[in-house]
Design a protein around this ligand. Sequence first.
Ligand SMILES: Nc1ncnc2c1ncn2[C@@H]1O[C@H](COP(=O)(O)OP(=O)(O)OP(=O)(O)O)[C@@H](O)[C@H]1O
Ligand SMILES: [Mg+2]
Length: 337
Amino acid sequence: MLLMAQPKVDFPYGITMETLPETRDADVWETGPRLGSLAGMAETAAGGVASPAELAGLLDRHAYLCDEGLATACFLALRMGRPLFLEGEAGVGKTELAKTLARALGAPLIRLQCYEGLDASQALYDWDFPRQLLHLRAAEAAGVHDVDRLEGELYDRRFLLARPLLRALETAPSVLLVDELDRADDEFEAFLLEVLSDFTITVPELGTIRAEHPPVVVVTSNRTREVHDALKRRCLYHWLEHPSFDREVAIIRRRLPGAAERLAGQVAGAAQRLRDRDLLKPPGVAETLDWTEALVALGARELDPGTAAVTLGAVLKYREDQQRVLAGGLDALLNGG
Ligand SMILES: Nc1ncnc2c1ncn2[C@@H]1O[C@H](COP(=O)(O)OP(=O)(O)OP(=O)(O)O)[C@@H](O)[C@H]1O
Ligand SMILES: [Mg+2]
């Protein structure tokens, strides 16, 4: 219903919004301008984002080119205050979307990189043991012997180290990126579920910490395993496809302005054909960009079989894939077929 209520989406791209916040370095831990509740983003100053097309324009201004499906999912995540769960092949732009969103909204990016064994003390919070010890020593030196009082002081907020999830709840506005969730264990998913359900974290010694303004949340997965339905249910889901030919050319031109138009078209065309082959690792946008950059560095204005052969390592990172492509002939790869 919400979709039907939106104004007509005008794609692709090209919308410029002069009044939007400037680009910020998204990877730093800093507090951006207070924009009010991001859940109600559309009504806030950063807001002004009234439709998926406007959001696409905003991301475009920060060099991220998305299609209508992704722009709509992202817009709805902001509007409905729900986490956006992004799945897709490697290198299709999942992580970059969260980074760009943070820049575009003028909010700090708080990133939690998932890995096997990730636990609460790395993801939620930890007690600052050395500082607690120092406090005890100082109290002892000052002759304080009231044990109950001392114990109470030790479990004060100032001795709590905020890890990414707690930090995101305490930073408004912010964009929380939970990257590559499929690498973490089931237990981690369980407590992430708790955090994403009501944006609270319970610290037994302190009580419950609640986000005044929930962060914008982007969760990514490469789908090396399925993420539980309970977690997905709390999110809006979007499968990120490889870009169309036209969009990939546009991405190359935007990211690498030094690349000739003809070269960008040839690389994008070859990348699209490589994705149709049965390869161990088909190229993502990241590899297309790497390949183009390598060609630009060599001064190439266009892609011919000889140049392709010597630069294949920029786009195919498995020996078997390279052998398969070479056996099929680079002419076929570059000219179709
Ligand atoms: N839509 C896009 N617009 C502009 N650049 C893009 C887009 N999609 C991908 N890129 C570029 O491709 C690179 C790789 O994207 P990113 O790291 O986000 O991929 P990913 O899906 O997170 O991959 P992985 O699963 O390997 O982590 C980015 O650095 C970015 O420059
Ligand atoms: Mg990534």
